[in-house]
Write a protein of this length. Structure first.
Length: 338
């Protein structure tokens, strides 16, 4: 049986975003110079249509055998409408095929076309992978990506149907498990324009805040007040407050203050909404350089800064938070079939 593991980034997952309309200028994979104000300086020709942004995680797929090779895969099944496009030959003959043969297959031309049409992409679009941890941008034409199906690990082998499969694209194959880690702290976009601001993301390194911060910035709660932390990004100060129930952290609240002492964002991260999740450790407090989960900065052209990576989800999927009171969280499709 294949082993499927979600790669770490936003709560252990990278993002893939679909959307796209106009033709683009060719994007280099080289690092760019730091932009002084990425939001205000976005050029008209770089503006992205965010009307139908859809985000996905990347997964590592491998067998349970020692030293097995891995495949980096993006499932788009969460947004595909209708019955999933299983090749006709497999749909007709699946009862005569072995379970091993049914676990993974490439889509034929008609099924591939149906998949692309169902997620509103064309062979002329591209996959942009931005590794914000190392500031590297990679562009891959969709025409060069294999469209594949992987059987969900939560599927009953006796009851297979089209919805038993995760449909999507292979990003990389024949990877050593250790080499697959290079896709950690990465996000990606399917389309014809690069939506990413480069060189403007950083790890959130926390430190303990002064004792008066809780009373100054956080409201009363039914939970017991725990520790308070702070961090800095550009002209913004982040304050994070723990809330406890029976000595366990059940909620964390974030307040963001600008250099004029104005509250520009307030977010709540609660285990009550996580469906079996738990809080990630905080870098600088109880996590080292090898275990950085919270990231912040300017990520999308023309959009406010973001922050993410507070909760590890067992069921359901995470989201990206914008540091703006008027912006809703951006949910992530992670094909979580627990």
């Amino acid at each position: 049986m294949m082993k499927i593991k979600t790669i770490s980034a936003i709560i252990c997952c990278q993002l893939v975003i679909t959307g796209c309309k106009k033709e683009e200028k060719k994007v280099s994979a080289q690092e760019t110079n730091i932009i002084k104000d990425s939001v205000r300086m976005t050029k008209a020709e770089d503006r992205i249509d965010y009307t139908n942004f859809t985000i996905f995680s990347l997964s590592t797929i491998s067998s349970a055998e020692k030293d097995s090779e891995a495949t980096i895969f993006i499932s788009v099944s969460d947004i595909y409408k209708g019955e999933q496009p299983i090749p006709e030959g497999i749909a007709k003959n699946h009862k005569q095929m072995s379970f091993e043969e049914l676990q993974h297959f490439e889509l034929d031309a008609p099924s591939r076309k149906k998949l692309l049409e169902g997620i509103h992409l064309t062979e002329h679009d591209s996959l942009y992978i931005y590794k914000y941890g190392t500031n590297k941008l990679q562009k891959m034409p969709i025409s060069q990506l294999k469209a594949v199906a992987y059987l969900s690990p939560y599927t009953d082998s006796e009851d297979l149907d089209p919805d038993s499969y995760m449909m999507g694209f292979q990003v990389a194959t024949h990877q050593k498990i250790a080499d697959a880690d290079r896709f950690n702290n990465s996000i990606a976009y399917f389309g014809n324009k690069n939506p990413f601001v480069e060189n403007k993301m950083q790890a959130v390194k926390w430190q303990k805040a002064k004792t008066d911060v809780s009373k100054k910035y956080f409201t009363h709660s039914k939970f017991t007040l725990g520790k308070t932390y702070q961090s800095q990004y550009e002209n913004m100060t982040y304050y994070l407050q723990d809330y406890l129930e029976e000595q366990n952290i059940v909620e964390r609240r974030l307040v963001v203050i600008n250099d004029h002492q104005k509250k520009i964002a307030e977010k709540t991260f609660s285990l009550a909404d996580s469906d079996g999740g738990e809080f990630f450790p905080l870098y600088g407090i109880d996590a080292d350089n090898a275990n950085i989960f919270q990231w912040t900065g300017h990520l999308f052209k023309g959009r406010p800064p973001v922050i993410f990576g507070f909760i590890a989800y067992s069921f359901g999927c995470p989201s990206i938070s914008f540091l703006d009171k008027n912006e809703k969280n951006l949910p992530i499709n992670c094909d979580n079939r627990h």
